[in-house]
Design a protein around this ligand. Structure first.
Ligand SMILES: C[S@@+](CC[C@H](N)C(=O)[O-])C[C@H]1O[C@@H](n2cnc3c(N)ncnc32)[C@H](O)[C@@H]1O
Length: 193
């Protein structure tokens, strides 16, 4: 668990089969956006979900947090001039995002929680950034038999994700086991009281 993400595997993030099993539209729907929110995409990677989120908030703002410069560079290459007005990239490997407390209406982590560098530091930064009433949306590999993805003992599973969210002081709103919303992924939506 918490294996660091190997930047050599960046092309896997862009694999069409991955995007079919984990559609951008499903991730965006979990965020429950009306288009004016500030969204932090924590562990944005090459930005396959970041760009979809930025397109969904024409009146909002997106902060893409990424530790690996090579992946952040791939994300940078996808930003059109229109999106550049509302999408910024923060490269940090030490969980230090230069933004005010409570700036985020939403924080998103897709396939990040089980790879998270300095999990306590990162989760404390998520709680700091999220405003009261804001949503934390976690999408990650489920820990039941599936034909693709990391070995089951390298992922967290729904029970562990729910425990982590509770320990963060957040209140769960929705929890979806693998095979319900998404074939191979669990999803949890929680709010900050
Ligand atoms: C499997 S990738 C997923 C990327 C993207 N969310 C997606 O679904 O396409 C996990 C990413 O999380 C990043 N990451 C992990 N821990 C991090 C941390 N504490 N701060 C910033 N980025 C982090 C890794 O560098 C990697 O790019």
């Amino acid at each position: 668990m918490a294996d660091a993400f190997d930047p050599q595997h960046a092309p896997r993030l862009e694999d069409p089969a991955r995007l079919e099993a984990l559609p951008r539209a499903t991730v965006v729907a979990l965020l429950q956006l009306d288009g004016a929110e500030t969204v932090v995409d924590y562990g944005a990677g090459t930005g396959v979900y970041t760009i979809a989120v930025a397109e969904a908030v024409p009146g909002g703002h997106v902060i893409a947090v990424e530790a690996l410069p090579r992946l952040a560079e791939m994300l940078r290459g996808k930003i059109t001039p229109e999106l550049a007005e509302r999408l910024e990239i923060v490269e940090t490997a030490v969980n230090s995002v230069p933004a005010a407390d409570g700036v985020a209406d939403r924080v998103l982590m897709v396939d990040v929680l089980h790879h998270l560098y300095d999990q306590p530091g990162a989760l404390a930064e998520v709680v700091r950034l999220l405003r009261p009433g804001g949503l934390f949306v976690v999408v990650d590999w489920g820990d039941r038999e599936r034909p693709v993805g990391p070995p089951l003992d390298h992922v967290l599973g729904l029970a562990a994700v729910r425990d982590i969210i509770r320990e963060m002081g957040l209140e769960e709103i929705e929890a979806h086991e693998l095979g319900t919303e998404l074939p191979y992924h669990l999803a949890v939506v929680a709010t900050k009281p």
